[in-house]
Write a protein of this length. Structure first.
Length: 266
C-alpha cells in the first residue's frame, strides 16, 4: 500500500486531495493542529471510504522542532512516505507595519522553514530509493508582490522558487524523485480566508477565484502524469499566461484592486 503524508490534510484542499488519494487506495497520514478536527475529519472520510487507513498526528508545525518530530514518528512506525504534500499554511492581511509580528513570524516558520525542513528530511529517503514525490502547495500570490498580503506572498515566493529550483537540481542529478509546485488562485470555500481575517477581501469573489475541489482535482490530474508546475483554476491559468506581457504597474493596479475590502465590508 502506498502512503501519502499531507500536512493540513484534515481540512480545505488538504482534505479534498485526501479524497483522491483515498479513492486510489493510499494510506493517509495527516499532521495538523487540533486533535478534535483531525478526529472529526478522519471519521468523516472513513464513512466515505470504508477501507481507508488514516493515521493522524496533532502538531504545531510552526515550531522549529516539529518537522523532525513528524519525520521521527513516521520512522518509528515503519512507514515509507511515497508522497509528501506540504500543504499546511496560513496567510495574514494588512500593512506589514501594522500586523502582529509574532503572527507573521509563525507564518514564516510554517510556510517556509517547516516546508524546507520536511522537504529535506523526506527527500533524503526518497533519493536513496530513487522514487517518490513531494508536492508543495504555493500560491498565485507568489508570482508578484502583493501589498496588504506582502509577507504571505513572500513566503509563497520562497515555496515556488525553492520547489521549482529543486526540481531542476534533481533532474541535473538524474533522480526520479519528483517535485511538484502547485499555485492555486484565491479559494472561495476553505478556512484560509477566515484564519487570515480576509473574509471581506475582493479576491475571494474576484477575477480568478477557485474552489478546493477544483484545486484538488488539478493536483490529482497532474500527479498522474501531468505537469510539475501547476497553476490551478482555469481562469488563473489564463491570467498566468498573460502575466508576463502585462507591465508591472498594471499588474500592481490589478493586484491592489483584488486585495481591497469588498464594498460594505470592514
Ligand atoms: N485559500 C486560498 O485562497 C489559498 C490560495 C492559494 C494557496 N493556498 C494555500 O493552500 C494551503 C491550504 O490552505 P486551505 O485554503 O486549504 O486552507 P485551510 O483549510 O485553512 O487549510 C490550512 C491547513 O493548514 C493547517 N495548519 C495551519 N497552521 C498550522 C500549524 N501551525 N501547524 C499545523 N498545521 C497547521 C490547518 O490545520 P489546523 O486547523 O490544525 O490549523 C489546515 O488544515 C495553504 O498552504 C495556503 O497557503 C490557499
Amino acid at each position: 500500500m502506498k502512503t501519502v503524508l499531507i500536512t493540513g490534510g484534515s481540512s480545505g484542499i488538504g482534505l479534498e486531495m485526501s479524497r483522491h488519494f483515498a479513492r486510489a487506495g493510499y494510506r493517509l497520514i495527516w499532521v495538523s493542529k487540533p486533535p478534535e478536527e483531525l478526529a472529526a475529519a478522519k471519521a468523516r472520510l472513513i464513512t466515505e471510504f470504508r477501507s481507508v487507513a488514516i493515521d493522524t498526528l496533532s502538531k504545531d508545525l510552526s515550531l522549529l522542532q516539529a518537522a523532525r518530530e513528524v519525520y521521527d514518528w513516521t520512522v518509528e512506525n515503519g512507514w515509507q512516505i511515497d508522497v509528501l504534500i506540504n500543504n499546511a499554511g496560513f496567510g495574514s492581511y494588512g500593512f506589514c507595519n501594522e500586523i502582529d509580528s509574532k503572527k507573521e513570524l509563525d507564518m514564516i516558520h510554517l510556510n517556509i522553514v517547516n516546508v524546507y525542513q520536511l522537504t529535506r528530511l523526506f527527500l533524503s529517503d526518497m533519493m536513496k530509493r530513487n522514487d517518490g514525490t513531494i508536492i508543495n502547495i504555493s500560491s498565485n500570490s507568489s508570482f508578484q508582490p502583493v501589498p496588504r498580503m506582502n509577507t504571505y506572498a513572500s513566503t509563497k515566493a520562497f515555496v515556488t522558487h525553492f520547489s521549482r529550483g529543486l526540481r531542476e537540481e534533481l533532474k541535473l542529478q538524474g533522480s526520479n524523485v519528483r517535485i511538484m509546485t502547485i499555485c492555486p488562485a484565491a479559494i472561495q470555500d476553505t478556512a484560509f480566508k477566515v484564519t487570515g481575517k480576509m473574509e471581506q477581501v475582493k479576491t475571494f469573489n474576484g477575477l480568478a477565484f477557485t474552489t478546493a475541489k477544483e484545486v484538488a482535482s488539478d493536483v490529482w490530474k497532474n500527479f498522474n502524469g501531468g505537469k510539475d508546475f501547476v497553476v490551478t483554476g482555469a481562469k488563473m491559468r489564463l491570467f498566468y499566461l498573460l502575466h508576463g506581457l502585462v507591465p508591472y504597474r498594471l499588474q500592481q493596479f490589478l493586484v491592489q484592486k483584488e486585495t481591497e475590502i469588498e464594498k460594505g465590508g470592514k
